[in-house]
Design a protein around this ligand. Sequence first.
Ligand SMILES: Nc1ncnc2c1ncn2[C@@H]1O[C@H](COP(=O)(O)OP(=O)(O)OP(=O)(O)O)[C@@H](O)[C@H]1O
Ligand SMILES: [Mg+2]
Length: 353
Amino acid sequence: MSNDSSATTVLPSSQNQTQMSWNQNQTQKVIENRSIIYKSDVMGQMMKMIDRVAPSQANILVLGESGTGKELIARAVHEKSNRRTKPFVAINCGALRETLLESELFGHEKGSFTGAYNKKIGLAEVANGGTLFLDEIGELPLAIQAKLLRFIQEGEIFRVGGKEPIKVDIRLICATNRELDQEVVRGNFREDLFYRINTIVVAAPPLRRRKEDIPVLIQYFLSQGHSYLNRGKTIDEEALKLLVKYEWPGNIRELQNVCERLQILSEGHMIMTNDLPDFIRNPEVKEEGLEFDPSMPLYELEKRYIIKALAHYGGNKTQAAQGLGITIKTLYNKLHEYGEFEKYAVHTKPAKD
Ligand SMILES: Nc1ncnc2c1ncn2[C@@H]1O[C@H](COP(=O)(O)OP(=O)(O)OP(=O)(O)O)[C@@H](O)[C@H]1O
Ligand SMILES: [Mg+2]
């Protein structure tokens, strides 16, 4: 059900709407439809902006809340650029620890650290000629920020443990749901790097500011789906009103997850108000406060709460971390602690073929 992004994705070349990607260890093939669906003027303006900036070489910073379509926008820029026949490579800067992130990004030489049995080509090199998408750029550790800045200035990278600079030609698209300028003020993000990556800023509006898009998105998501059997359900007018009224804190990803659930769980061909989840039918009703339970240690409570948050956001770590008010790194660390890392942190998008 989740449509979360894996730590890394490599698209070998343009295939219009249908593209293939692989997860980090290249074990899982995913075929996806990547249309940007909208009706609102605000999205129309944003699409015009994408058309204008895509052919340029300018670095782009995509801003927007979780689930607003930042990665989709990055892919659209790539598809509309003259780099479309070259790779689109995505990496989630928040999903990997510092040392792993550096070698993932820039590669490493054989023997450069314990466990580096072979030479590894980094994603910046894989993306040569194409586009490198750095998701959650706000999570980039300061040491790697310095290396990225150097790369932007010189057009060269060094593999970890490497002595020779390697020339690479990539267009950089970064995304964040944080207020990066605030991170600069707090000293968490380099100001010089900030100005290098934000030549053009594209802002993805939250879904609650473009409610006209909700009906077309619902129609679109209901026409999609993993199983032919569930596709093409219609929606009752009252039910649609409630869906439009809801504020969608998880934006389009949340709407997509709800539509997938409705496709599977609603019985008839038409989705009725009764089929909608409680939090949409009665958004103001909150759960009652917790009672103290002597058999429930704090550790266990925290674990359950975190797992619940993940379930609520359809397995999306970025949203769950945001909802919990913790960084994605803390979330990953907790999942490691609980021994649940593999289950939740490894990308598990089912193939549709
Ligand atoms: N306008 C749209 N039309 C169709 N699908 C969309 C649209 N916007 C987003 N989606 C879908 O919603 C999901 C979330 O989009 P995406 O991953 O691009 O968001 P994001 O902003 O990168 O989220 P996060 O901050 O959580 O990484 C994806 O499955 C994407 O295909
Ligand atoms: Mg994203």
